[in-house]
Every structure is written in C-alpha cells, then in structure tokens.
Design a protein around this ligand. Structure first.
Ligand code: GDP
Ligand code: ZN
Length: 439
C-alpha cells in the first residue's frame, strides 16, 4: 500500500502549513527530506528540509509518530512549514516525487483509520457530521456520534459477559433463580442506557434537520412584525391592510444553537375569493402540519373570542402530535382587552413594535428548543438501538435462562451491526468522498 500525504491544515496562506504523511514510508520520507538519520519517536524537532537536488525547501518542525498508536494506525510523519502557497506547492511536489508516495484522496486518512480498526463506522459518520456541522448543537451531535461508537463497543462486551454467565447457569445451574435475577438486573441497566441513547438520537436528528416554527393567526394580528423582531431584520412586509402576507414567508434563525425555519403564514381567513390568497392559506395549512412549534398570534384589535376558538381548533386538527403550541398576546402596548384564551396553553405577551417587546417569546422559544433538542451525548443509529432495546425489554421480564439467552443474542446482533457494521466499500466511498483532502 502506498504512503500518502496531504496538506492537512486548510486554506493557504496561513501561519503554518501542516503536511501529514501516513504509511510505511513515513520514516524514510522524513529522513530523506531532512537529511537526518535519527528521529526519536513522538518528539518534535526543528529541521531544514531539502529537495532532491539538496536545495533547501524550508525550515520546519517535524515529528515521527510510529504506528499503530496514530490516527491512521500507520507510521506517520507530520511537517509544520511556513504557510505560504509557494512553500506548500514546492513541498508537495517533493513528496510526490518520492517513490511509493502519492497525494491522499478525499478522506483517505480517515479511511485507513477505519480499516485499521481505529474507528468504528459510527465514529466515521460522526467525523463526517463534525466537518459539516453548522451550529454548536450539530457539532455536539457529531461528537456524540463518535462517542456513541465507543460506547456501543462497551455495551457489546457487557452483553457478551451476561450471555456467558447465562450459559454457565444453563449448563451447571444451582442457584438459578438468584443468578437469573442478577442477569436481569444487568440487562435492565443496559436497557436504561439504550433508551437514553435513543432519546438523545431523536433530539439530535431534530437539531440536525432544524426546527420548524410557524406563526399563525388572523390577518393583521402582527405575525410579520413578530417575525421581523425574531429575525432582527425586515424580512416580511408589514402592513395594516389585512391579507398582505399572501404567501408563506420564511427566514432562518438560530435559537440556542439550533437552526430554526421561522414561517410567517398567510392569514387564515376561511372565506376568500382571491385565488392567490386561497393558495397562501393552503400553504399555511401545510406548514402547520409539519411544524415543531406553532405560535398562535392573538391581538386585541382583530381577534375575537370566536376567532381564537376557531384558530386553536384549526391548529388542533392540523398539527402533528409532537408539536408544541404557544399563544402570543401581541400588541400588549395598546392596553386593550384580549379575547378569552383557554388556560391550558403557555401564553406570552408581545409588543412587536419595539426591539425588546418579544423577549418573553424568545425565552419561551428557547426553552422549547432546548427541550426538543437536548444535549446529545451518545448517538447511534436509532432503528438498531430500538430493535436492541426491544429484545432487552423481553429479556428483562423473562424467567427462563435459555429464552433470555436467545433475546440477548438477537440484541447482540443489532449492537454488532452498530460496532462492526456490514459496511460495503461503496458505502464507505459514499461517506469518504464527502470528506475534504487531508482528513
Ligand atoms: P400580520 O398580518 O399578522 O403579518 O400583521 P403585521 O405584522 O403586518 O402587522 C399589522 C399591523 O399591526 C401593522 O400596522 C403593525 O405595525 C401593527 N403591529 C404589529 N404588532 C404590533 C404591536 O405589538 N403593537 C402595535 N401597537 N402594533 C403592532
Ligand atoms: Zn404578515
């Protein structure tokens, strides 16, 4: 297998250009370029680097890291040069000129790490996610996925231990009941953790795709104004002519590190002869169906008791079961009487005409977002986890060692898929092709 190299430190010019070399030729490469025979492992050394005609390329820091305790599991050398385009191009061409050394393909370092058993597939996917993460939550989720891979390996070991104990009980069991209860206890602890992982996964999935927040209410209640306040921007057209927001307007905002798509829906006047407005209403309804959070905007000028009842009724019929509903009592500055609101909803007061008038609403949205997307700790494929959890559930309540074993064996298979995975080369190609060079 050839030795590979890449500029691993990103765009030039920069203060330092870091080249990573991985493979059996790493030490010879280091010796050849530095003209220095002795390289003490894991010790950073200042050195001059020379091209094949013994002309100096640069002065740099370099280190030799023998495998297998390296990122790729192979012998590795790292060079820290001056971060100019000219230096990097020259150095890369010198490396490429050495026999059996070539530039790395996208994700090839990580791929070698995976093949050498340094990373589980969950961790690989986690790194992929980490590189692409746009928000703090997504970054955490990526780390969670990497850690999840490690945790799954431990769970697998624990299951194997329980199973081997059970086999002993089956063969030579004396205190069968006692030992069976012990096994059940162990299984129930694992089950508990699995269920926590599943919950974290759901939250991370939500954080990854982003949340949908929909503003819904009568025309002129102030939806566009609230959207502008939340977005700190004049995204929506605010007007005092009812029905101005004909189509659904949307903007992306971040709430506590989660990307949220905020939509200002068309008003929901049920009867309209205007074709465009009718289409707007239809789209608004579609948005309600997929919303994670629905903020019903009620104002004391244009919303009556009956309106509130019919709006909340609409929402109740259309919303998905998981969606959270809050009511914003807007135009609080007008000191007018609000229509009657049912007491079982979270309500906040808003004044969308001032910068600070939506603070309560922002706080409330923040709390809901945190609740829907909890901090992700260990993340793994939820379907496999659910199947595994299902088997453990059966095992916990089982009073027969042999039947318990069979449930645990199926659970073990599911966990095995997580840790080893029947991962084909083409799946790997798909994952690694999205990596950047040098990863
Ligand atoms: P939408 O049709 O629900 O999107 O309502 P708009 O955001 O277009 O607002 C309708 C009218 O109400 C505009 O003239 C806004 O300036 C006004 N408005 C919105 N929010 C408030 C508020 O909190 N207080 C007051 N006094 N006026 C508001
Ligand atoms: Zn509007």
């Amino acid at each position: 297998m050839s030795t590979i190299f890449a500029l691993s430190s990103g765009t030039l010019p920069s203060a330092i250009a870091m080249f990573r070399v991985s493979g059996s030729q790493s030490l010879p490469v280091l010796r050849q370029l530095s003209r220095r025979k002795v390289w003490k492992p894991k010790t950073m050394k200042y050195t001059k680097l020379y091209d094949s005609e013994s002309k100096i390329i640069d002065e740099a820091m370099a280190v030799y890291l023998p495998g297998p305790k390296t990122f790729t599991g192979e012998d590795t050398a790292e060079f820290f040069l001056h971060g100019s385009q000219a230096v990097a191009v020259k150095f890369a061409s010198c490396l490429a000129g050495i026999q059996n050394v070539r530039e790395a393909k996208r994700g090839e370092f990580t791929r070698r790490a995976f093949h050498n058993g340094k990373l589980s597939i969950s961790e690989v996917r986690g790194i992929d996610r980490l590189i692409k993460s746009r928000t703090e939550k997504e970054r955490n989720a990526a780390f969670g996925q990497m850690r999840g891979g490690v945790r799954a390996i431990e769970i697998r070991k624990q299951l194997i231990q329980i199973l081997s104990k059970l086999f002993v009980i089956i063969d030579f069991g004396e205190h069968v009941n006692l030992e069976l209860r012990e096994a059940q206890q162990d299984v129930s602890e694992i089950l508990h953790e699995l269920n926590r992982m599943i919950k974290a996964w759901d939250g991370a999935e939500r954080a990854q795709r982003g949340l949908d927040i929909v503003l819904y209410g009568r025309p002129n209640s102030g939806k566009s104004s609230i959207l502008n306040q939340l977005a700190h921007d004049d995204v929506a057209i605010v007007s005092s002519i009812p029905g101005t927001t004909r189509d659904s307007l949307e903007t992306i905002i971040q709430i506590n590190g989660v990307r949220c798509r905020l939509t200002d829906t068309a008003g929901v006047r049920q009867k309209t002869n205007d074709v465009i407005e009718a289409e707007g209403i239809r789209r608004a309804q579609k948005r309600i169906q997929s919303a994670d959070i629905i903020c019903v905007v009620v104002d004391p000028q244009f919303t009556s008791d009956d309106d509130v009842e019919s709006i909340l009724n609409d929402v109740e019929v259309m919303r998905n079961r998981e969606a959270r509903v809050i009511i914003a009592k807007n135009k609080s500055d007008l000191s007018l009487k609000y229509p009657k609101l049912p007491s079982n909803f979270t309500t906040v007061s808003t004044n969308a005409t001032t910068d600070t008038g939506c603070k309560q609403l922002q706080n409330c949205l923040g709390e809901i977002v945190d609740d829907l997307c909890p901090e992700a700790s260990y993340l793994l494929d939820a379907d496999l986890l659910r199947r595994c959890s299902f088997e453990l559930e059966s095992a916990v309540t089982c009073n027969d060692a042999a039947i318990m074993c069979s449930h645990l064996e199926v659970a073990l298979e599911q966990i095995g898929e997580l840790t080893e995975g029947i991962v084909t080369e083409s799946v790997l190609d798909g994952i690694f092709s999205k990596f950047c060079i040098g990863k």
